[in-house]
Ligand binder design. Structure first.
Ligand code: PMP
Length: 363
């Protein structure tokens, strides 16, 4: 069997070592005679798996002790809605910086609960997002419950390269598609959240890193199950957590630590993205990426060919060559290469070699 290079934006490629370990342990986890997926979440075995995953994630991301780490069923979109219920009083202002599709989704989720103030937006007249508004141009509210940014826009391929200073309001960030891709100073954020299915493991579980004092906010009337403080008080076992996903996430985080941690992945991600952007920029206009170079994403690279016929041909030929899922998101079209932590440098090199060959034959 040969594994292809999978450039999917998510669910995305996972480290082969992780998949092999999960395969080897599938029927009998650690001599228990049962699969991890069959064990009670309240038993000592799974509790140890869960605690190890948290400890490893804390080590990987250098998460300070005054932050809680939650492992929650569901995706990032769910967290986008829940942050308003947990951290803003009804109708309170929340500031949003809009840098692409996922910033807009985040706003849509909270409209019923808060007074959304768009502090800045890079949506250009044609609907394109190709930059990040300079911090000096942001119009922050005086009394916002929080300021929300999308650290990496998975569809538009735009990434914050620095953590903005937003003053008194806590900074909340959707890190779904760039979590653990480089060192980040967690203490500059009130809250970081991410769906796991890009850099951390399988879909079906989200990670939330939140400054503990924020959990004391009253928020809005809501059920216990929507209350982060309740999840924190019960170590994310308020109800049955997605144990299989949590286990796979733990294996993935452990793998990242063994590979050298976020410093090493920052190095690899810079190398991979430099290869692909280099191929685009060096193609004399055959391939195009329109994002301002200073904020080009290292995780997701949208790019375009001169016409749709070439795009269709590129997709079928790249697939046949073992390069999967290079179709762009329907919101922007074209092509997209996602280069998450589990994508080896060799994968980016294979893509770049294919791009050069395709151009030779079609340029
Ligand atoms: N935010 C970002 C940045 C994303 O990339 C995605 C998914 N691609 C989401 C939010 C939504 O995540 P989910 O589908 O897990 O709800």
């Amino acid at each position: 069997m040969t594994r292809a290079y999978n450039f999917s934006a998510g669910p995305a490629t996972l480290p082969e070592a992780v998949l092999r370990q999960a395969q080897a342990e599938m029927l009998d986890w650690n001599g228990t005679g049962a699969s991890i997926v069959e064990l009670s979440h309240r038993g000592a075995e799974f509790m140890a798996v869960a605690a190890q995953a948290e400890a490893d994630l804390r080590a990987l991301m250098s998460i300070p002790d005054d932050y809680a780490v939650l492992f929650l069923a569901g995706g990032a979109t769910t967290q986008q809605a829940l942050i308003a219920l947990n951290f803003a009083s009804p109708g309170q202002v929340a500031d949003y910086v809009v840098t692409g599709h996922w910033s807009k989704t985040a706003i849509r989720q909270v409209r019923p609960y808060v007074d959304v103030h768009v502090a800045a937006s890079s949506e250009e007249p044609d609907g394109g997002f190709r930059s990040i508004p300079p911090r000096a141009q942001w119009q922050l509210s005086d009394d916002a419950a929080y300021v929300h940014i999308t650290a990496n826009e998975t569809i538009h391929g735009v990434e914050f390269r620095d953590t903005p200073d937003v003053g008194a309001a806590p900074l909340f960030a959707d890190f779904s598609s760039s979590i653990a891709s480089e060192p980040v100073d967690v203490s500059k954020y009130g809250l970081i959240y991410a769906g796991a299915q890009k850099n951390l493991g399988p879909v079906g579980i989200s990670v939330l890193v939140v400054r503990r004092d924020l959990l004391e906010r009253a928020g809005q009337p809501r059920a216990d199950i929507f209350t982060y403080a309740s999840h924190a008080a019960r170590d994310s076992m308020l109800n049955t957590p997605p144990t299989w996903n949590w286990y796979l996430l733990g294996l993935t985080v452990r793998w990242m630590l063994e590979q050298g941690g976020v410093e090493e992945f920052a190095r690899r991600n810079a190398a991979k993205s430099a290869l692909v952007y280099g191929a685009i920029d060096g193609s004399g206009g055959f391939y195009r990426n329109e994002v301002a170079p200073a904020v080009r994403s290292r995780m997701n690279i949208p790019f375009f060919l001169p016409d749709d016929t070439l795009t269709t041909r590129f997709l079928s030929e790249s697939k046949a060559a073992g390069l999967l899922a290079l179709k762009g998101h329907k919101a922007v079209g074209g092509l997209r290469a996602s280069l998450y932590n589990a994508m080896p440098v060799e994968g980016a090199q294979a893509l770049v070699d294919f791009m050069a060959d395709f151009q030779r034959r079609n340029g």
